[in-house]
Design a protein. Sequence first.
Length: 357
Amino acid sequence: MAHWSPYASELIETAKKIVTPGKGILAVDEPPHVMAKRFAPIDVESTEPNRAAYRELLFTSPGFGENISGVILHEETLYQKAADGRSFVDIIKAAGVIPGIKVDKGIAPLPGTDDETFTPGLDGLLERCQKFYAEGARFAKWRAVMRIGNGCPTQRSIIANAQGLAQYAAICQLAGLVPIVEPELLSEGDHTIEVCAAETERVLAVVMQQLELNGILLEGSLLKPNMVTPGSSCPTKATPGEVAFYTIRTLSRTLPAAVPGVTFLSGGQSEEDASLNLSAMNKSEMKRPWQLTFSYGRALQASTLKAWSGKKENIEAAQKTLLARAKANGEANLGKYEGGTGGAAAADSLYIKNYTY
C-alpha cells in the first residue's frame, strides 16, 4: 500500500543521498545566543553580520561537498546571503549538498519530574515546514534530550519525547522534509558504558514504536542518536572498539533495517574521538544494515572557529581546517580513519554540561 505522504518517493531518495558513503552532515543550527558562546573564546561578537560571515566561510570552502552531504541550518541562516548576494541555500545546493533545517523550539521542563524535559514546537509546525520546503530545505531535525542517573530517564519522559519525535516526523513527511529523529541521552554523569547501552536501548525501542504508530515512512527518515559511551565523569574510559560494539549492538536490537542510515551526534566528544569511534563502527564485522555516519556540530567546527578567529586573513586556513576534519569523518564513515588529523588540539574534549541550544 502506498504511503500517505505525497512526497514518499522524494523522501526516500533524499534520505539515501544524505547517507551517501564517504559523506555526512555538518550541523550549523546553533541559534544566536549559542553562537555568542562559540564566538566568546575567539573574541568575536555574535552579531548577525559576523554569524553570516562565519557561515559563508563554511559553505564557500572549496570542495565543500566532497565529504558533506547535508547541512542543518538555523532558521536565521536559511534566509541569509553571502557578501556577493547569493543565498546560502543556493551556495549549498551548488556544492551538491542538501540544505536542512532545525525546527524544534529548544527544550522545556516536563512538569512533575526531576528536571526532565520535553521538546516544544509542534504548534504551527506544518506551516513552518511547508515554508522551509519552499525555501529549499529538504530535511529537518528535532532534538529530544534525556539524561541518565537518579532514576532518569523515567518512562514518562521517554514516552513524552518519543511521541513528540514521532509527531514531528509525521508532519515533516507530510510537508516533504526527511525527518532526522534525534533522541539524545546526555553524556554527563558517572555511569558506565553498559548503563548507557541499556538506557539508550530503552529509549530507542520506544521511539521506534512511536514512529510505527504514527505511520512514519522509515525509508524516508534518519536516526540521530548518541553513541553509546561511558558518562563524562566515569573513571573507566572506553576504547573505540568498545564504543563500536555497544553502539551497534544497541542499534541492532532496536532499529529496523528499513531506516537507511544513522547520523550520529558527537555529544561533546573531542573531534578526534568522534572520528575514531565512528571509524571503529564502520570497521566492525558486526551486522549493520544501515549507513553509519556523522551529523556533527562542535566536532566539525571547534578547530575551524579557532583557525578563523574572526579575521578575514584567516579564512583560507579555517576552510582548510574544516575540510580536513570533514575528510577525516568521511574516511571514518568508510572505516578508514586511523587518527592524527588536527594534532593535539583535536583531542580536546568539547563536553558542555547540560548542553542546550
